[in-house]
Design a protein around this ligand. Structure first.
Ligand SMILES: [Fe+2]
Length: 240
């Protein structure tokens, strides 16, 4: 099924029912102690700035009031749940971060193959308050939009294994960086229990591994800092 994102209009805040707010609260309360222990220092800094409410789904107005004083990005809601990457990257090129209106059900608390609004808001948006992180996010869309099909596959893998599922080494300790891990109780525990092989994040290592959508990732990648990650990505993006 083809879906289309409206490229012109801005999506407004929508109403959520009490059960959805309750699912948000359950996810939030369960994930908070996990990220306090295992997330990287940048996530903690952004999380403090974002001031997410624990007991209800935040409004776009709240989110943008926390983000736009700090970075050139803003958030936009969409009812699209999945689409081709091109419209998504067109939004990224305009520094609009899309948040889906879809929220996982109670049966999917541990793992959802489809990114939902808990992933988008709790996982991604803390980082979008940090200028050195949005500079990283800014690297992807221009490269993607000028790339050929094969290069686009590679760029999607590089994004998947860095911003979505990357690990960062801080003071010798492996910390959670990727937003897919930040928002997934099940996979975060799995990785930190040493059940996922970890390789070093190099272009060569990453582009040979397809994305794993419907299960935990069979291998993940680590880097030493956001600056080191940017340097590695730039070496490839500059060649496109
Ligand atoms: Fe994501």
């Amino acid at each position: 099924m083809e879906t289309k994102i409206d490229e012109t209009s801005e999506y407004q805040d929508i109403e959520f029912n009490p059960d959805q707010h309750a699912i948000w609260r359950t996810l939030f309360q369960r994930q908070l102690p996990e990220v306090e222990k295992y997330a990287c220092s940048d996530f903690h800094q952004g999380f403090k700035t974002l001031q997410l409410p624990e007991d209800h789904i935040p409004t776009i107005a709240h989110l943008n009031a926390q983000i736009t004083p700090h970075t050139p990005w803003k958030t936009v809601r969409t009812d699209v749940r999945y689409t081709d990457a091109v419209p998504w990257y067109n939004h990224f090129a305009r520094r609009e971060f899309l948040i889906t209106n879809y929220l996982r059900s109670r049966d999917e608390l541990d793992f959802t193959p489809e990114p939902d609004m808990f992933h988008d808001i709790f996982g991604h948006l803390p980082y979008m308050t940090l200028p050195h992180y949005t500079a990283l996010q800014d690297m992807f869309a221009p490269a993607f939009l000028r790339a050929n099909d094969e290069q686009r596959v590679n760029i999607k893998r590089l994004a998947w294994y860095s911003t979505e599922f990357g690990l960062i080494r801080e003071d010798g300790e492996l910390k959670i960086f990727g937003t897919g891990l930040i928002s997934s109780y099940g996979e975060m525990e799995h990785v930190l229990a040493g059940k996922t092989p970890i390789k070093s994040f190099t272009i060569k290592n990453v582009i040979e591994i397809p994305k794993t959508i419907f299960n935990y990732n069979p291998v993940l990648f680590e880097f030493d800092s956001i600056d080191a990650l940017k340097t590695e990505l730039k070496s490839y993006f500059d060649s496109i």
